[in-house]
Design a binder for this molecule. Sequence first.
Ligand SMILES: [Zn+2]
Ligand SMILES: [Zn+2]
Length: 119
Amino acid sequence: MRRDGTNSEAVNMEDVLCDYCHSTWTMDRPMVEGHHGSCICGSCLKMAYASTQIGESGDAVDGAPIKCTMCLEDREGTCFQSPAYPDAMICLRCIKMAAKALGRDPDSNWTAPADTANP
Ligand SMILES: [Zn+2]
Ligand SMILES: [Zn+2]
């Protein structure tokens, strides 16, 4: 998401906030952008990935259709809900796409949690 009052002609890094924890985009916090300026940061993506791919935490939601904050599509099935901001949801497809994008970016230093558990 964008900070309130952001000049859309000149968006700075500090104007870009993670929809899932409302942290600012910084050099050591990579972000993946979804539609309409929605964003997920590397650490939220790790949480989302761990809860949906590894079943590590209880934040994965199953069943009721949700609107994914990243792709704005109605989804059924596994998704991740932000523990801090319950309105922020991300569907499994977006988690996978974001993980792939960040995993490929050498500057992001991001690896999927499964890789760190099983090196
Ligand atoms: Zn975040
Ligand atoms: Zn999605």
